[in-house]
Write a protein that binds this ligand. Sequence first.
Ligand SMILES: Nc1ncnc2c1ncn2[C@@H]1O[C@H](COP(=O)(O)OP(=O)(O)O)[C@@H](O)[C@H]1O
Ligand SMILES: O=C(O)C1=C[C@@H](OP(=O)(O)O)[C@@H](O)[C@H](O)C1
Ligand SMILES: [Mg+2]
Length: 177
Amino acid sequence: MEGHNNIVLIGMPGVGKSTVGVILAKVLGYQFVDADLVIQEQEGKLLCEIIEEVGTDGFIEVENRVNAGIEAEHTIIATGGSVVYGKEAMEHLRDIGTVVYLEVPYEILEKRLADIKGRGVVLRDGQTLHDLYLERTPLYEKYAHVRVSEENLNVEQTVEKLIEKLQFLNNNKQKYE
Ligand SMILES: Nc1ncnc2c1ncn2[C@@H]1O[C@H](COP(=O)(O)OP(=O)(O)O)[C@@H](O)[C@H]1O
Ligand SMILES: O=C(O)C1=C[C@@H](OP(=O)(O)O)[C@@H](O)[C@H](O)C1
Ligand SMILES: [Mg+2]
């Protein structure tokens, strides 16, 4: 990650990667990139159109390819929740930045995602949100350099907690590299 200085947010859909990411970028004076928008721009289609055309597995391939090619410096990168299925994407993102897993208890997530289908989450037939949560949690944990829980925190408090955690990491860099 040396020299690139990016911060990469991963976690379940609705956890706040996009919302928190853009505020974090403003507070830290970083650039902001939402990987979902990069996919839409590069493919010339909406995420839901890609999923409709090539299915969930096809979307995961596209997402993997696009994220594996992201070039950024001094940037907060908000990924899409399914990026952790892409090995090349995650290895690249870990190379160019500090990967932060934003965690939220399942019960809170369920409330936030009441309209889950409308958000275009990569859910296979018959799979529930809870199945998805259980399937992905170990992947988020595996690829994260650091975890930040937003239990009982609002957006602003989450941003503050992230900054504190990142400053702590920065101050103790040698210990983590
Ligand atoms: N503590 C919190 N941190 C982040 N988002 C929160 C929090 N509490 C509530 N929210 C809400 O949850 C939603 C997160 O959506 P979004 O940023 O699109 O998530 P993601 O990009 O991870 O899918 C927003 O509507 C945001 O206002
Ligand atoms: O987790 C998922 O399956 C997805 C999350 C979305 O991004 P957010 O995590 O920003 O909602 C988007 O990439 C796509 O619709 C699939
Ligand atoms: Mg998002």
